[in-house]
Write a protein that binds this ligand. Structure first.
Ligand SMILES: [Fe+2]
Length: 376
């Protein structure tokens, strides 16, 4: 196919319309035989998935795992007991990618998946020789988990998100096919697209010298400014292509770090089971407001990307409210029935979350209380 570009940063990526059709060719090249598809319960109903599966079944021994939640739980990983898998192919959004990576660890390692929680030093227990290779086929443009090195798995009891990390968990081959996102509903396009924007924005605002991440973050935000509303309202392949690239760029950029918005989003998902992208969208303007005085000329640069080239940067939170509103997403916590009394627990969870360690300014638990209150 002549319209495909082959990238090798940060992993091998086949990008372009129709790239998913190359999957079977690549599997044959690598001599894999026993293939596990990890696809969520929606994806397994799609025609494209069944077409792929039927083609694979003619050539390989194929299994499909789809029994997991939108925020995958540790017991859902632990229940998978099959061995002798040559290759895991994740097809879907962030949840499918997370589950595929977690299974890559759990299938051939002893114990339970949360024994490998990065926060408890679990990454040191991962033997890279025992990881099952993972390939990824994203069907949403948001988490960028297809080019990420970690899996997010929630503790089955507390619902708190835990990170399973290893540099070799990055999928070794990624098929980015924007055609697979063409029929994505507006709401999911908006929620996942805002998540991608927050990855880029927080990475750019994170302190530290990382011009590669900063450059990728700026271009990613430009692509989203140009294409998110278009993809939400009147989907076209160019907008979908831009969003798929931007999502991937977000995950590459945030190796520099994230910030207070993601800590709030993780807390909202744990306490109120709110979709990750939706939670990021609602907190985006308020998290940016807290950071505004620490951003310097970065605020002006992002304001300019969002359409106000004469701005000094102080209107950034308002421009972000406009972006979230035009995407059709809520901009206050009242939309979820959250009240002032909830802010104490939300703040504790957010403060315990690791993402704000790279926030533009140092966050205290009290600052999170104020931040959640400002978003009511
Ligand atoms: Fe995110």
């Amino acid at each position: 196919m002549s319209n495909l570009s082959y990238y090798h940063f940060p992993t091998e990526i086949i990008f372009g319309s129709g790239s998913s059709e190359q999957m079977i060719v690549e599997v044959k090249k690598h001599n894999f035989n026993r293939i596990l598809f990890v696809a969520d319960s929606n994806v397994v109903k799609f025609d494209f998935f069944n077409t792929i599966r039927e083609k694979f079944e003619e050539n390989f021994d194929v299994m499909t795992f789809s029994e997991f939640s939108p925020n995958p739980l540790s017991n859902e990983i632990d229940q998978f007991e099959d061995k002798n898998i040559d290759l895991i192919i994740a097809i879907g959004g962030g949840a499918s990618m997370d589950v595929a990576k977690a299974l890559s660890v759990s299938i051939d390692h002893p114990g339970k998946i949360l024994d490998y929680d990065e926060a408890k030093g679990g990454d040191n227990k991962i033997d890279c020789g025992k990881l099952i290779p993972v390939w990824a086929v994203p069907t949403t443009s948001g988490t960028g988990s297809e080019v990420g090195r970690s899996a997010v798995i929630s503790d089955e009891e507390t619902k708190q998100k835990k990170i399973i990390f290893h540099p070799n968990l990055i999928p070794s081959l990624v098929f980015c096919d924007p055609v697979l996102t063409e029929n994505l509903p507006s709401k999911i396009t908006a929620q996942t697209g805002i998540d991608a924007f927050v990855h880029l924005f927080e990475a750019y605002c994170a302190p530290g010298f990382h011009p590669m991440a900063d450059g990728i973050a700026l271009e990613g935000m430009r692509l989203i400014e140009k294409s998110l509303i278009r993809a939400v309202n009147a989907p076209d392949l160019e907008a979908r292509t831009n969003m798929m690239a931007a999502a991937m760029m977000g995950a590459v950029a945030f190796q520099k770090g994230l910030g207070n918005i993601h800590s709030c989003a993780h807390s909202l998902s744990a306490c109120f089971d709110i979709h990750h992208g939706l939670a990021n969208g609602v907190m985006l303007p308020y998290g940016a407001q807290v950071n505004l005085s620490s951003l310097g000329e970065k605020a002006q640069t992002v304001s300019s990307i969002l359409g106000n080239s004469s701005s000094a940067g102080d209107d950034l939170p308002h421009l972000l409210i406009d972006l979230v509103t035009e995407s059709g997403l809520p901009t206050n916590l009242g939309a979820f029935g959250i009240v002032k009394d909830d802010c104490v627990k939300l703040s504790r969870y957010a403060f315990e979350d690791g993402c704000h360690q790279t926030n533009a300014c140092v966050m205290t638990e009290g600052m999170f209380v104020e931040l959640f209150n400002s978003a009511l």
